[in-house]
Design a protein around this ligand. Sequence first.
Ligand SMILES: Nc1nc2c(c(=O)[nH]1)N[C@H]1C(S)=C(S)[C@@H](COP(=O)(O)O)O[C@H]1N2
Ligand SMILES: [Mo]
Length: 215
Amino acid sequence: MASEGQGTTEAAAGGPRRLPPGQRQVHGWPVSHYGPVPRFRLERWDLRVHGATADGGMCVWNFAELSALPHLTVASDLHCATGSTSTDHEWYGIPARALLEMVPPAPDVTHVMAWAEYGYSANLRLADFDRPDTLLATHHNGEPLTAEHGFPLRLIVPHLYGYKSPKWLRAVEYLTEDRRGFWEERGFHNVGEVWREQRHSHQERPGDGPPPKDE
Ligand SMILES: Nc1nc2c(c(=O)[nH]1)N[C@H]1C(S)=C(S)[C@@H](COP(=O)(O)O)O[C@H]1N2
Ligand SMILES: [Mo]
């Protein structure tokens, strides 16, 4: 949720913390990802927005340019599709909407692919990327992200499972048709809405994912 709104929990009302169905709260903030933690090299690092942009071009920011973009605070929990939820995260970063304004997508864009180091990817419906609380986070609880949690930049999409929030984000690709990302190709739900418990690809209904390739 954006900073001015209410939290995603009932903590403010003094009631029990509301967890999505099938999730259990874990203490602290465990690290979970596939593969090694990439090393950050300032001279080499950039963030690019490419694919089906309105003007056909692409936009690239280096780390200093990124830091100069408008930032926003978002509080949200982080829900892994395997069942653990870590809580009390306050993210600070660039709203995805700001990117969409700076680099407008072509009118027929329906999805985006968020690309991370080592080729990790997650596909998102444009409407999920274009939410006020979808953030390209640089900071967590007032400190720069740690290397394990995605320094210097990770995506945060609070209403989708964690696999839709790539750490070590490097690019956003505008797509005119849906394409599965890393975990979406490996049995996880193409949409991944937490409150609808869309964990696994076998739960997908027609329209939730791209048409099967070999049909
Ligand atoms: N680059 C990258 N980002 C990733 C992953 C990954 O394997 N590679 N795993 C995702 C999954 S499944 C989850 S649950 C969250 C976990 O984030 P955390 O380690 O900060 O808790 O990161 C997501 N981002
Ligand atoms: Mo996860």
